[in-house]
Design a protein around this ligand. Sequence first.
Ligand code: 0A1
Ligand code: ZN
Length: 852
Amino acid sequence: MSRAESIYLKDYKAPKFTVKTCDLVFELYEEHTQVTNLMSIERVDAGAKDLVLDSIDLELLEIYLDDEKLPEKRYVIEDEHLRVLDVGDAFKLIIINKIYPQLNSELEGLYKSGNIFCTQNEPEGFRRITPYLDRPDVMAVFKTTLVADKERYPVLLSNGNRESNFKLDDGRHGATWFDPHPKPSYLFALVAGDLGVVQDKFVTASGKYVRLYIYTDRGNESKCKHAMKALKDAMKWDEEVYGREYDLELYNIVAVDSFNMGAMENKGLNIFNSAYVLADEDSATDANFMGIQSVIAHEYFHNWTGNRITCRDWFQLTLKEGLTVFRDQCFSADLNSKEVQRIEDVDALRERQFVEDASPTAHPIQPDSYMAINNFYTATVYEKGAEVIRMLHTLLGEQKYRKAMDLYFDAFDGQAVRTDDFLWAISEAGGIDLEQFKRWYYQSGTPKLHVDEKFEDGKYSLTLTQKVPKAVDGSEQKPYFFPLKMALLDESGKEIEAKTLIVSKESEEFTFKVEKKPVLSINRDFSAPVIVEQSHNDYAFLMKHDTNSYVRYESAQSFGLQTIESMMRGKPIDEEFVNAFGHILDEDKLDHSFKALLMELPSVSAIMQRQEVVDFELIYEAKERLQKHLALTFKEKLLVIYNENHTPDSKELDALNIGKRAIKNRALKLLSALESDEVIAIANAQYNSSVTMTDRIVALDVLENISPEFSTVALGHFYKKYNRDTLVMNKYFSILAASHREGTLDRVMALQNDPAYNELVPNLVRSLIGVFARNYKHFHAKDGYGYKFVADKIIDIDKINPQMASGLAGAFKIYKKMNKVNKKLIKTELERILLEPSLSKNVYEIVSKVLN
Ligand code: 0A1
Ligand code: ZN
């Protein structure tokens, strides 16, 4: 069994040395790459004697100290370090080493994605390129020279601005790049390849001219338009909303197929998973287009929140990630529909982060320890982190928030700082004491807010009680400080009173003078990331009348949950819910996308989260029965909605057409519960006639789940048309892996041998294995084969790419809450994984915590 040590925030020590400048030369060859690293280094801690550099799997060739070749007795090669003995106060160090990017399947450091050389250095990839002080609080000015074969790698890129190009003999050429902004090594990047390019420009508010380039595999240039538009929109938005301009002459984006995450904000040279760059209507869904807009913006916004001001250490990750997610959410809300954006963001938080928060891998947005930092790029650090910033925004209001952000940029530009420094700026400019609020940074788990209402003699009182869960180690945690937006509505839905309450005590009462008993609309806009516990009969009213769109949605969800839960207890379907659902269908003044959300039944995960002991069979049986009942009851209405909004020839990406597709497809999915010939015919016709990927995917998904016969034909056609387009094949594998049909596991296993599948490409692994591991029916099947298969894959893939493997292991985070039968089956598999002799610390950390 492998063991891994924990690293603690409390053990943080400032660096003993720092790097002032780092001049790198990369000589790229087909078998290996030679790196020459010239650093000017200074001592910061007078007591330090040896210089200890981070270094993993590097083949050292030569070391020079102040131009003198260093004899072997002056340095020691340790497990993950290079120790140079007894150095001076300020010196030049040259290290020449060899690496093998072609063999790098972990996709950290320098690797090859297809024929493209590229890098991924956050958080600790740089130490796999060259020995370095690989920590974010060491910031240097980088100069980079790349030398490679001119024909194979005509494009040579690195951070900053291009200084020169040069030609060499024997068909090689080179380029030198210089980045004037001191930066930590995790923001270093290079790219070499034969790439197509799309070019544009942006003129900043102060009149500076910025050239924008998006590089991609040749032939994909026409799929970059949406990304380029998103980039320009993001640049403009950051100027208007935060007063932040771009600071280089050049902004490069490169799309690669093999990438562990979504994208990376390297200074002036963002590297992207191609799924977040490439799109056209034929190959990408509406959701893909939205995803591209938000990830492009996210990486751009990092230029200020992440690059200009970076993190002191990796425990501070939410300093840049929570803040940048909040910024990209606001950007998407401003450019699209505010109400739909908010609901989707809350939904995503609850589907992933709430589950994490309720598991033994729960951690505060600022964790206090980790084994593998790669495991902490989590929904908690990112999405809950964004909710915490949003609460600060609500507490301060727009104007003061902007003043606080200006102060933050003024005070810390060019530095590596802590979340405490950020909170200092908020507190200072916002005039607010944040001592209690800080608990959001170091406590974990989702608090519950219990609501009690009383109305007597013209007085309405609201008693709010916080139930704060214990930390993972069993220790008590304290009540939070948060803004709670609420309103009291009269019987016509008019607001009698709308307020932002400040909740800070374990239990407190708020009173209001009102004539009649009002209806409460609570946690409007989801102003705080809490679970509201409330029992009342006002859901139908709120679904119809609330002026807050989030609460309308939330009421529909809560009513749905209540209905499904009572069905699970053996009660008949609550006809009041069915009526309320019918009213939504009748509302014709609603925005289509919003109405499609109101028509959504609670997810299996949402139901599961409310159970003490989880049994998926019970859940989806009840949910499917409710869906079928709704489809039968409202068949005609759903067909009308479908037909009114189905315009197969239109592929426009405006709000109206996106909304029409959303509502039409929601109606089709509901109708699919009927499993009738009529619905099969509709889905089949939609597959054959539609011109958008959005429509095709929904039709395929419906057919796959209800008609083996038609789905075989449609999927066969789809495969033939798109099998060379990996991004589209991801969708194909996902549909099959998510299928509820019998035999899904066997088919998933067989698909691993499909020529379009490749275990080295993370997107494909996520689409096939990752999606299967979230298929409640087959992954959690009571024969245990689903668990066994995923455990086998975790073991296999861990040898290729530990980050991918620990991502897959996340599917077992619900272990503790499972019923006895499933729990036993999972335990066997997790224990088997832990017995693997060379298990990575990434997988070890997740699996051992889940079992604990
Ligand atoms: N900073 C990036 C996310 C990222 C993190 C780690 C990676 O590889 C280990 C890659 C990307 C972001 O937030 O966009
Ligand atoms: Zn980020």
